[in-house]
Design a protein around this ligand. Structure first.
Ligand code: GAL
Length: 420
């Protein structure tokens, strides 16, 4: 749906939404798309804690990695005047929903717990609309991760994790030769974009990433650097299996788990799957920043945005949801299952694995060094319309036999311009 159209439809619906009273008693309906093994474990933590406090959890899960289907369902529920109490909404989308008047503030909770002192700057900004807290952050996912099965590497005679793209392509050749799939992948637009943005960061560097994926600078989008990124991106196809199209991301992770494939490029929700399968970080699987990005951090913060509710009990349940989502016990248990790190920076990390400890250290170091960047593929950097335009070009190019990298770069610039 075009942004302006979407905006007018939603504006028309907002009055209905606020008068229908979407919550009965202390029933808390929360929309999310956490349906894989690791994700379901994580959301179970929230459900149990809410129920312990006497609220009735109504799960509103819409399957589909990356959340596109969930957002479509959310829009139609909102248009029908019946949004949930809270929904997993991220980044600039929070601002969009806020401007349309759908979101309620949770300032009292933020103040009583002192969120300002507990959260990093980038998260504080994203959780607020017009100076009010309207969402609670539950984690920080790192997107530019590179996962590996060490047994497959050993079987193919690859001694070290590749730290450059050149080394990656060399290793991939050896792995293919040894009869394994070098890169596990699911051919869906958001997964293609996840790999693409990580490669772009690795090849182009932080400044180029910001120009192209955050500022949507026309010159950067059509530049020689972009063409180089696109060429290398296309090379990855030679190292994926023919069944990649349409595959879910967690099915790709399973290929790394069972030793069919050597690597996966995916955010650390993949670690939720690896640990749910009983594997141990640093032993049964390895983690590293995507080649060329180890000193940077692409962040993707999951957050629950609060819709306006009517009725004192519903409001109480919503404030409780906001309160407990920031409690240390929840942030620890949820993130241990989800593969991410806590959104609060003050927690004891002793129960976390080596990849999570590295993630926390890299997040802090990147924030200090100015190399922290928002993920375009995961809705943290640009509007959903610009994101959709990038997804289309990236996926079409990746799957096209004819389109050249030069044409793709031009199309990218044009598509982004047209998306406004
Ligand atoms: C991301 C989301 C994660 C995870 C992933 C796969 O966009 O932030 O929490 O669910 O999609 O669905």
């Amino acid at each position: 749906m075009n942004y302006l159209l979407k905006r007018s439809v939603l504006t028309a619906a907002v009055v209905g939404a606020l008068t229908m009273g979407q919550v009965q008693a202390n029933n808390v309906e929360v929309l999310h798309w956490w349906t894989s093994g690791g994700e379901a474990r994580a959301v179970g933590v929230l459900k149990d804690l809410m129920e312990e406090r006497g609220h009735q959890w109504r799960d509103f899960a819409v399957a589909g990695g990356g959340g596109e289907s969930a957002m479509t369902v959310l829009r139609s529920r909102a248009v029908a005047g019946n949004p949930p109490v809270a929904a997993q909404i991220k980044g600039p989308d929070i601002q969009e929903w806020g401007s349309l008047g759908f979101l309620g503030e949770i300032n009292t909770v933020a103040k009583e717990v002192g969120w300002q002192a507990l959260l990093p700057e980038v998260i504080i900004e994203a959780m607020q609309h017009d100076g009010d807290y309207v969402a609670v952050p539950v984690n920080v996912h790192r997107v530019n991760w590179f996962w590996a099965n060490p047994e497959v590497l050993a079987a193919a005679g690859v001694d070290d994790m590749p730290t450059t793209w050149e080394a990656f392509f060399e290793a991939a050749e050896a792995i293919k030769e040894a009869g394994y799939i070098p890169l596990a992948h699911g051919g869906q637009p958001w997964q293609d974009a996840t790999v693409f943005e990580s490669m772009l960061l690795g090849i182009g560097g932080v400044d180029f990433y910001r120009q192209a994926m955050v500022e949507l600078d026309q010159e950067a989008l059509a530049s020689d650097t972009m063409i180089e990124v696109l060429k290398n991106f296309k090379r990855l196809r030679d190292y994926m299996d023919p069944n990649a199209p349409g595959r879910e991301w967690n099915a790709a992770t399973q290929m790394v788990v069972n030793g069919q494939a050597a690597f996966q490029i995916m955010g650390d929700w993949a670690k939720g799957e690896l640990t749910a399968a009983g594997l141990t970080a640093g032993e049964d699987f390895l983690c590293m920043g995507v080649p060329g990005t180890d000193h940077t951090f692409t962040y993707n913060v999951d957050s629950l945005a609060m819709f306006k509710v009517s009725g004192a009990r519903a409001r109480e349940a919503q404030l409780d949801l906001a309160r407990l989502s920031m409690e240390p016990a929840f942030q620890e248990a949820f993130n241990l299952a989800k593969g991410s790190i806590p959104a609060r920076m003050d927690l004891d990390m002793s129960r976390f694995d080596s990849c999570a400890v590295k993630s926390m250290a890299d997040f802090k170091a990147s924030a200090d060094a100015g190399t922290l960047v928002p993920s375009m593929a995961h809705g943290m950097a640009v509007s959903s319309d610009a994101q959709g335009a990038i997804f289309d070009v990236v996926t079409n190019y990746f799957n096209s036999r004819r389109m050249t990298a030069e044409e793709a770069a031009e199309r990218l610039a044009r598509a982004v311009r047209a998306a406004g």
